[in-house]
Design a protein around this ligand. Structure first.
Ligand code: GUN
Ligand code: FE
Length: 420
């Protein structure tokens, strides 16, 4: 993308990668003239495939992958009680966690996702296992051990803020010493499940280790009502995270949803450079609502897309693009006719450069960006009339299932090639 509005494509182009990073994108003839080929250079010809920057899933819960597609008749708070918390309890068992996380990773491999911000569970060992599995598979992901010491069921709620913080410290140090690519991220689940003491101490950890933060924000009407009841003196939901130093003032923060963010919250999001993870599949599935993303875009906020597995049922970032466009049309038609629907280019931008900026230099093929690359094969989607590269990409993102991913590179390294 040249800028946030313009999708640039090159027909018969060459992407040059040096080490981990993009050196440049050339037309084939230019490339042949420009390069001084050495013995060490390798050229891979992907024929008629489309080559795009990798996609960032800015918000998902890996332990919820196992029950995706179930419980889709619930709203958020009921769904958490009946489904999410019940499944997450199982991750105290490392053997179960290993089996479930391997299934998740197997499917992630085939997807166009190259970067992700993942929630684990409260369990430090199984969250470390998730981090190590991703690390071994070549993903420079952020993984968080979840913090929750309040309003949570027996068998999942942490016994005290102190235990939660000590376990988080253990997790951070293990990930930092044992993973090469994966990094830890602080993960207070959301305001209702964290005591004030826990939030305060996480704010201190955030500064001590200079760690980014991920959480949920202004997702659903019953949830926002509950937060208002718990913190009647706060100006807005995000103000609570801000008060405890967990809202981008010390280090990057990403907040999922922001469906019900008011003007004050949006101003603070902008001031602090907080990223919004827009999760349209989840917002529909849990009847949360529609985030007015065009308004946030016009306001200049940093926005990426998230699948929010398993509030969202699909791990596909193609599906996240489709849903972002679809729900924006409903918002325009049913809620606010002054906010035009998102274009495909906008949604594609959010899935690549928008979310990629959290990492912080991935999601485009501009020189110096980390070389996260996805090779897409649309030969299984024939069309009787000629299509431009832009049209092929748009059509593929709307029609594709995961087997269109022919190959995937992260930081210049091949991490997946579709079996022949
Ligand atoms: N809010 C707190 N926990 C969760 C979760 O697991 N999923 C979603 N969508 N929202 C949450
Ligand atoms: Fe979530």
């Amino acid at each position: 993308m040249a800028d946030r509005q313009t999708l640039c494509t090159i027909r018969h182009g060459c992407l040059a990668i040096q080490g981990n990073t993009v050196e440049g994108v050339y037309k084939e003839k230019e490339f042949q003239k420009l390069t001084i080929h050495s013995d060490k250079d390798t050229v891979t010809d992907y024929g008629d495939c489309l080559i795009i920057p990798g996609m960032t899933d800015l918000h998902l819960h890996a332990p919820q992958y196992a029950f995706r597609g179930l419980g889709m008749d619930c709203e958020l708070l009921d769904w958490l009680e009946k489904h999410a918390f019940q499944e997450e309890k199982k991750y105290s068992d490392l053997e179960y966690a290993g089996r479930a996380y391997r299934m998740f990773l197997n499917d992630l491999q085939k997807s166009p996702t190259t970067r992700a911000c993942l929630f684990g569970t409260v369990h430090k060992e199984s969250s470390l296992l998730l981090a190590k599995l991703l690390d071994s598979a070549g993903y420079p992901a952020y993984v968080g051990k979840v913090n929750m010491d309040k309003n949570s069921p027996d068998g999942l709620q942490e016994q005290s803020a102190e235990i939660s913080v000590n376990d988080t410290r253990w997790f951070i140090e293990k990930v930092q010493s044992e993973c090469h690519l994966v990094k830890p991220i602080l993960t207070p689940r959301f305001v209702p499940s964290c005591s004030n003491l826990l939030l305060e101490e996480l704010g201190e950890l955030c500064q001590e280790y200079a760690l980014p933060v991920q959480s949920h924000l202004s997702e659903n009407p019953k949830e926002t009502q509950l937060v208002r009841k718990l913190f009647p003196n706060s100006h807005f939901y995000g103000d609570i995270y801000h008060h405890f130093g967990l809202f981008g003032s010390h280090s990057p923060a990403v907040m999922a949803h922001c469906v019900y963010s008011g003007e004050e919250e949006l101003a603070k999001i902008k001031e602090n450079g907080v990223f919004i993870a827009h999760c349209p599949n989840s917002n529909t599935s849990l009847a949360s609502g529609i985030a007015p993303i065009q308004k946030y875009w016009d306001y200049g906020l940093s926005i990426g897309l998230g699948t929010d597995i398993a509030g969202g049922f699909s791990l596909s970032m193609f599906r996240a693009i489709q849903d972002a466009v679809s729900v924006s049309k409903l918002y325009w038609r049913l809620v606010d006719s002054s906010l035009p629907p998102l274009t495909f280019s906008q949604a594609f931008y959010m899935a690549t450069a928008g979310g990629g900026a959290f990492f912080p230099k991935t999601g485009t093929f501009l020189p110096g960006y980390e070389a996260d690359v996805v090779v897409l094969d649309d030969s299984g989607l024939p069309c009787p009339f000629p299509l431009s590269p832009e049209e092929r990409l748009e059509r593929l993102c709307f029609l594709a299932d995961s087997d269109v991913v022919a190959a995937k590179y992260i930081q210049g390294r091949l991490v997946y090639a579709r079996p022949l």
